[in-house]
Ligand binder design. Structure first.
Ligand SMILES: [Zn+2]
Length: 255
């Protein structure tokens, strides 16, 4: 049972208990407001924290203590080819979760991802701010559209999906189930999109990194390529080996 179902069940049981206590002992009905506040807070936090697996089970970390996986979201984008150059120089295979419309705009980079041994995943078609408010069938449509775009370019149908903004909800859970994809989260969020100082960003990631981590990065921001060589060397110095996220999790990247 997913946590949100359990929490909903507990909420309903609490309402019954409060009602019973009200009729039997005159307990204050303000308890209902308190329980409701806790319930709504949990529902909201559950959408934000993908690692809670609240609405949908995402794969967020590997149990293998020796491996680390790099994942890049939002491309193909302005920094993608430079990031690919660095990965090639360092001999690292990564995962790129592609926004479908960006894939359609930069087919050569999608082909390069695949040709250089990286895995191509799905990160919705538009990545719009309204994505999480869509009906599940419309979300599924976006996922299918991105998969079709990628398949037309590399001849393989992606099976890995990363929710935009890492936000999940019941509709997304249904959409992912409908498409039969794996939801891939992360265990180490770099916050590279809001980082101001590359040195600080690199130090923070290296301080936090642990075996089995899936690191969330973006090939859409310049700072990421600035720290990438240092990040790869630093992670290796700590004794970890890089693995592609699908290999690390032992799942199929393509249908
Ligand atoms: Zn994104």
């Amino acid at each position: 049972m997913r946590p949100y179902k359990l929490v909903t069940l507990l909420f309903l049981v609490s309402l019954l208990v409060i009602d019973y206590a009200y009729f039997m002992a005159g307990t204050s009905l303000w308890w209902i407001a308190g329980v409701l506040a806790v319930y709504v807070s949990l529902l909201v936090l559950g959408t934000i924290f993908i690692r809670w697996n609240f609405y949908i089970r995402s794969l967020n970390k590997s149990k293998n203590p020796k491996l680390v996986a790099l994942t890049f979201d939002d491309g193909p984008a302005g920094q993608t080819s430079m990031i690919l150059d660095i990965l090639k120089a360092e001999g690292v295979e990564a995962a790129f979760f592609s926004i479908g419309k960006n894939a359609a705009a930069h087919p050569e980079l999608v082909k390069r991802w695949d040709a250089e041994g990286h895995v191509v995943g799905n990160h919705s078609y538009d990545h719009g701010f309204n994505f999480d408010w869509k009906l599940s069938k419309n979300m599924a449509k976006e996922l299918d559209q991105t998969n079709d775009t990628i398949r037309s370019l590399i001849g393989k149908m992606p099976k890995l999906f990363r929710p935009p903004y890492g936000v999940t909800n019941p509709n997304l859970a249904k959409a992912v189930k409908r498409t039969g994809m794996h939801s891939i989260g992360w265990s180490l969020r770099s916050f590279d999109t809001i980082a101001k100082d590359p040195k600080e960003l690199l130090e923070r990631i290296l301080l936090k990194v642990q075996g089995g981590d899936i690191i969330l990065l973006h090939d859409s921001v310049p700072v990421t390529k600035e720290i990438l060589t240092g990040l790869i060397k630093g992670v290796r110095q700590k004794g970890y080996t890089f693995a592609r996220v699908d290999k690390m999790l032992e799942i199929d990247a393509y249908a």
